[in-house]
Design a protein around this ligand. Structure first.
Ligand SMILES: [Zn+2]
Length: 110
């Protein structure tokens, strides 16, 4: 479904915008664990396990199915990031603001 773990992380970070702080921290922990795994497929499997439970709160994911939902998101995120790469203006950029918000939550202790 994803080309590699790196691409999956990009999509999951965008999905995090809809997750609760507690869920975002859980995703952050899962990504850290994944970095200790050697095999790319194992990493993707581990990360999928961590987000699967959170997708049950997403009505679109439930309606169309988790895998089609992730495939759709993957396409959207790839297009969005391509656009962002060419058009990011730094300060005031919504993509950068959202991403920083997610990283900050991942970093805070709870
Ligand atoms: Zn930006």
């Amino acid at each position: 479904m994803f080309k590699d773990f790196y691409e999956m992380v990009e999509v999951v970070l965008i999905l995090c915008n809809d997750f609760s702080p507690k869920e975002i921290k859980e995703v952050g922990r899962a990504i850290n664990v994944c970095h200790t795994l050697n095999n790319d497929k194992d990493k993707r499997y581990r990360l999928y396990q961590s987000i699967e439970g959170m997708l049950w709160n997403n009505s679109e994911a439930i309606n169309i199915g988790f895998r089609p939902f992730l495939r759709k998101k993957r396409k959207e995120v790839n297009e969005m990031l391509k656009y962002h790469e060419l058009n990011c203006k730094g300060i005031g950029c919504q993509v950068c603001i959202d991403r920083k918000k997610v990283y900050d939550i991942m970093k805070t202790e709870m």
